[in-house]
Design a protein around this ligand. Structure first.
Ligand code: ATP
Ligand code: MG
Length: 369
């Protein structure tokens, strides 16, 4: 189905912690640009608390407490409640209904093949502990989130690509069986490879709240400095400044790739005109890790300073934050209820929408006689 050529964005985050630089690089920065482009009819951002509970069922407090943190992070990076509808998943019962029906559109074998789910199962130790059905099937609920808003654009980091693929398959199957009902969405990921999947400060995996390898948008300048100087890996073979170094697999350079612009060189490191020149010097030898880290800290501070200031402003008015979330969630409730109705009608389970079903039933009974 097309949605009347409307441009609708749906994206979201799990309230499992404050948002970090990986979110900023992979998704938040792009969201702000899309919001300001004026090309979209509707933008919805969903705080996926139900999804977060699929692997945090024993820790509801964590999810409850982090709702406000995530909204504060949104507001502080410049997402504008006048242009965006912020909503909370658990308060949208239509999403549960859609998930239930979409379960029939997916096989367990297909879910088990989803590479992101596979990696996350391993990371969370569910292979040994036992795998909650809710976690295993969260891609189905994500399909419900996306389609409930008739979204055609979903801006995400690279780890989410298999989810959007899964959603597309569900949409195609549903439309094939029940007629054109759902909108086919498309993922939008950053062009820059390091932004798509920012590694953690330890360089081991993607930066992820659940792995504790993060620089948070709300971290103090002291913490950022400590994380970079104390934890961030460079090239273990680069022992002395004059040694040749590797920039591939070097976490500091991955971050520079994701965040620095030529303008940053003019401002902080004018001996180079661009990152490639700096990398060449590092590879040749003669450029110390300390200089690279200092440059990275300066760049990140330029991004983080205004974010912290904006957060402080909103932190002083949590009442207003609550109202933004309430208003957005009420609007989203209406929109998603509308989609559930459409889906139930397509599935012919809308018995109470039209009393003429009585005539239908009577006809069947008469025909049997
Ligand atoms: P959790 O550990 O609870 O899964 P997370 O840190 O992976 O948390 P999510 O809420 O799952 O964060 O992801 C929200 C969005 O941010 C998704 O679009 C995801 O692709 C993007 N994202 C998360 N981590 C990164 C990263 N390191 N690099 C780029 N994008 C990321
Ligand atoms: Mg995640």
């Amino acid at each position: 189905m097309d949605n009347g050529n409307k441009q609708i964005i749906l994206t979201g985050d799990r309230p499992t912690g404050r948002l970090h630089l990986g979110h900023y690089a992979g998704s938040l920065k792009r969201r702000v640009e899309l919001q300001n482009s004026g090309q979209f009819d509707e933008i919805y951002i969903l705080i996926a608390d139900d999804q977060a509970l699929t692997d945090n069922a024993d820790n509801p407090r964590k999810i409850r407490d982090n709702i406000v943190q995530v909204v504060l992070d949104y507001l502080s990076v410049g997402l504008d409640p006048e242009k965006i509808t912020f909503c909370v998943q658990s308060a949208l019962p239509a999403l549960h209904g859609l998930t239930f029906y979409y379960m029939n559109m997916v096989t367990t074998a297909r879910l088990a093949r989803n590479p992101t789910v596979k990696a996350e199962i391993q990371m969370r130790g569910f292979e040994d502990e036992g795998l909650p059905v809710g976690f295993f099937s969260y891609p189905v609920s994500q399909a419900a989130d996306i389609t409930a808003f008739d979204a055609n654009i979903v801006p995400v980091g690279e780890d989410q690509l298999p989810m959007i693929e899964q959603t597309r398959e569900i949409v195609e199957k549903f439309n094939r069986i029940y007629g054109e009902t759902l909108v086919l969405p498309k993922a939008v990921i950053p062009e820059n490879e390091c932004q798509r999947r920012l590694p953690g400060v330890d360089g081991k995996a993607k930066m992820s709240k659940s792995l504790g390898n993060c620089i948070y948008l709300s971290d103090t300048p002291q913490t950022v400095k400590k994380q970079i100087n104390g934890k961030m890996f460079t090239d273990p073979a680069h022992l002395r400044i004059e040694d040749p170094g590797h920039t591939e697999g070097n976490v500091v350079f991955a971050y520079l790739d994701a965040f620095c612009t030529d303008g940053h060189f003019a401002e902080y490191l004018p001996q180079y005109s661009c990152l490639e020149e700096m990398k060449e010097h590092y590879r040749r030898g003669g450029l110390g890790d300390g200089t690279c880290k200092k440059f990275l800290i300066q760049i990140l501070e330029e991004t983080l300073r205004p974010i912290r200031a904006e957060r402080a402003r909103w932190e002083a008015d949590i009442d207003a934050v609550y109202d933004i979330l309430l208003k957005g969630t009420m609007k989203a409730r209406e929109v998603t209820n509308g989609t559930l109705e459409r889906v139930q009608k397509a599935m012919q389970i809308d018995y109470f929408a039209d009393r003429r079903i009585v005539n239908e039933w009577e006809k069947i009974l008469k025909a049997e006689k």
